[in-house]
Ligand binder design. Structure first.
Ligand code: 147
Length: 658
């Protein structure tokens, strides 16, 4: 690491706290949700699940994240599946749904110091009283958010440290003030408000009564820049959502660069990655734009990617509450391109210097566009002064990202320690490298044995929901619209899965407003010839009109409304069935109402596709068997309701048809 690089340049940097410090460091985080990005993680075998969670959260092991931000489920799609609200309807409250409570507890178990941050993307429809405006009754919305914070505390003993307004949507400043008042009145003084999870919004920063009501100004994808006026505001500045870049080494380069430069350039003291982990089915939007990848609970396979180790360069050697050093005295741009930041502990005994020299072409993030710049190797002499003048050695950790063909990158390598003589140390900083120099001795490149090899989703699949606790969201079904809870109906069916949403939610994806169906996906995007069976019953009160099962479904996420495939609907109250090639049931391939076996109680549906032949039956009576020339060749299987409303599903079975 030291003076290995042929370079004529010898640059010099001074690290000195004698003129005070810069801003307080607030931690590096990951975002679960916005939406359903952790969906498949909870279904992993215990051993691999614990390993993955250790790579994310265990201090001095892997990413060692300092903040976990989660979605407050709103029963609506917001990227990769819906997340359940704690109040599907106004007359209930439930804190057992989904997986975010579980994830927060697993994170806290590993790191009790980790900070928790909640933010809604969408809201149940009743919050807007049927409109798309969540602020129509601000007190009601504040109460709904307070209940989530209180449920976290009372039901799960989780303290929510930060709470947001509405992800990347209109920030109502009257509501912001009412939320602050509500939380104070209920005793949640400690929960800080982040505004506005969008951009450095002048509406938020311009009014002193609004500025007084929040603690953190959070911008998304700021491109390491914050305007001068917000730097003067006297508020913490965060990049409260960032990254979103494919997690190969370019993604690692993006993450390393913005972790340093969000402070060096933008004075942002926290950066949070969307998203924490790719634990959603391959084939859904935003493939691997995650710190690591774990989307095969059936095989146990997972993969630790470079952004995990780029995080470690900062997180393993700092704590929330440390301070950055002043610009020019520990923070700045490198002479030959790249950046360095230095942080010190509150007692100024510990020092951590993180250096990155990411080249332009190997570190763009998904957004915004990266302006051109150049980097070159340099040898740098670092002079320690002030409290650090007596430091005699620094531990060195290095990552080298390599893009030349055949070369392999090295991540977060323990380089031992380097002597510091008379406060001076010289290191070589190469292009596409990250270096940490630190007095903190506890860094570890955490490692587990390789997980089992990857495998395709195994068939046959069968789910009767009996193993789940009440209100659970079944692990392997990924709802794209609607929300599905395990409920107990007793009798021979026992536990079943019920679609719970009764009216259109306040959307995050505007596209979801184009139709009112629910859809729950499972399996593999590559499936071609499959048979799906399920027992279904529409609700008697607040019921949906109809239910469907589908195969070769080609779309999820915000584009669910244009999903194509083969969808077999029944409408028990009208005694009608139909087969359509789109989820909206507009392109009808066949339909009928005579001699059908549909009943108002439980019906057993079977849909089989083999090549171009599709066959459907209800209660073992065949309703159609036909050639379908122009449908998708492959896709997920799924089930759902034709409009929002209760419907029950049980004994869901998927098998190969050929
Ligand atoms: C963000 C969302 O907050 C996330 O839920 C996820 O969808 C993520 C994917 O990159 O994107 O939303 C943004 C969508 C578009 C822009 C910025 C953020 N944009 O075009 O600047």
């Amino acid at each position: 690491v030291w003076l290995q690089l042929p370079s004529t340049v010898l640059s010099q940097y001074v690290i000195d706290d004698s003129r005070g410090v810069g801003r307080q460091f607030d931690g590096i985080g990951g975002l679960s949700g916005g939406s359903a990005t952790s969906k498949l993680l909870i279904g992993y075998p215990q051993k691999q699940r614990d390993e993955i969670l250790d790579y994310l959260f265990k201090p001095s092991f892997g990413a060692s994240l300092q903040i976990l931000k989660v979605e407050i489920g709103g029963d609506a799609q917001a990227s990769d599946a819906t997340e359940a609200s704690h109040m599907h309807v106004p007359w209930e409250e439930n804190y057992e749904r989904g997986y975010e409570w579980w994830l927060m507890k697993e994170a806290k178990k590993r790191n009790p110091q980790i900070k928790l941050y909640g933010l809604p993307w969408a809201f149940p429809g009743w919050i807007g009283n049927g409109t798309q405006n969540p602020y129509i009754n601000r007190e009601l919305l504040a109460d709904y958010i307070y209940r989530w914070i209180n449920g976290a505390k009372v039901q799960h003993n989780l303290d929510i440290d930060y709470i947001g307004i509405w992800n990347e949507r209109y920030c109502d400043t009257e509501y912001l003030k009412i939320l602050r008042k509500t939380l104070d009145k209920k005793g949640y003084y400690q929960t800080s408000i982040v505004a506005s999870d969008n951009w450095f919004d002048p509406k938020v920063t311009g009014d002193t009564s609004v500025v007084a009501a929040f603690d953190v100004l959070g911008a998304h994808y700021p491109g390491v820049v914050s305007p001068e006026v917000v730097k003067q505001l006297g508020k913490k500045l965060w990049s409260s959502e960032d990254y979103s870049t494919f997690n190969d080494d370019v993604g690692g380069g993006c993450w390393a660069r913005i972790l340093n430069q969000n402070y060096e350039s933008g004075l942002m003291t926290s950066t949070i990655a969307w998203n924490l982990i790719d634990s959603f089915y391959q084939g859904l939007p935003w493939d691997r734009t995650s710190l690591m990848t774990a989307r095969q609970p059936w095989s146990g396979y997972y993969s630790v990617e470079s952004p995990i180790w780029m995080s470690a360069h900062t997180t393993q050697f700092t704590e929330i509450g440390w301070s950055y050093l002043p610009h020019g005295l520990g923070v700045g741009a490198l002479e030959q391109g790249g950046s360095y930041v230095s942080l010190t502990s509150p007692d100024h005994k510990d020092l951590t210097i993180v250096i990155e020299k990411m080249s332009h072409d190997h570190s763009p993030c998904i957004r915004p566009a990266l302006p051109p710049y150049t980097v070159a190797n340099e040898n740098a002499t670092i002079q320690l002064e002030g409290s650090f003048a007596g430091v005699t050695a620094l531990y060195v950790w290095q990552s080298v990202l390599r893009f030349d063909s055949g070369a392999s990158s090295t991540y977060f390598l323990d380089m031992g320690s380097v002597p510091v003589i008379n406060g001076k140390v010289t290191v070589a900083i190469g292009v596409d490298q990250v270096l940490t120099l630190t007095t903190v001795p506890t860094g570890t490149h955490g490692t587990y044995d390789a997980p089992p090899p990857p495998a395709a989703f195994p068939l046959p699949f069968f789910e009767d929901f009996e193993k789940y606790p009440l209100s659970a969201e079944p692990f392997s079904l990924a709802p794209q619209q609607g929300s599905f809870d395990v409920v107990n109906v007793g009798g021979t069916y026992g536990k079943v899965m019920r679609q719970m949403v009764l009216q259109p939610p306040i959307a995050w994806c505007q596209e979801t407003l184009y139709f009112n169906s629910s859809l729950n996906l499972l399996g593999r995007f590559n499936w071609t010839d499959v048979e799906v069976q399920v027992d279904v019953k529409v609700g008697q009160t607040n019921g949906s009109n109809g239910v469907f099962i589908g195969v070769r479904i080609d779309n999820g996420g915000c584009q669910t409304y244009v999903a194509k495939g083969l969808f077999f609907f029944i409408f028990p109250n009208d005694n009608i069935y139909l087969l359509a090639s789109d989820i909206q049931g507009k392109n009808v391939l066949t339909s009928g109402r005579e001699k059908v076996a549909i009943v108002s109680d439980w019906n057993h549906l079977t849909l089989t596709v083999q090549g171009q032949t599709v066959t459907g039956s209800c209660n073992n009576q065949q309703l159609f068997s036909m050639q379908v020339p122009n449908v998708n060749a492959n896709g997920f299987v799924g089930l759902g309701t034709d409009v929002y409303g209760y419907a029950d599903f049980d004994n869901f079975r998927v098998d190969n048809s050929s």
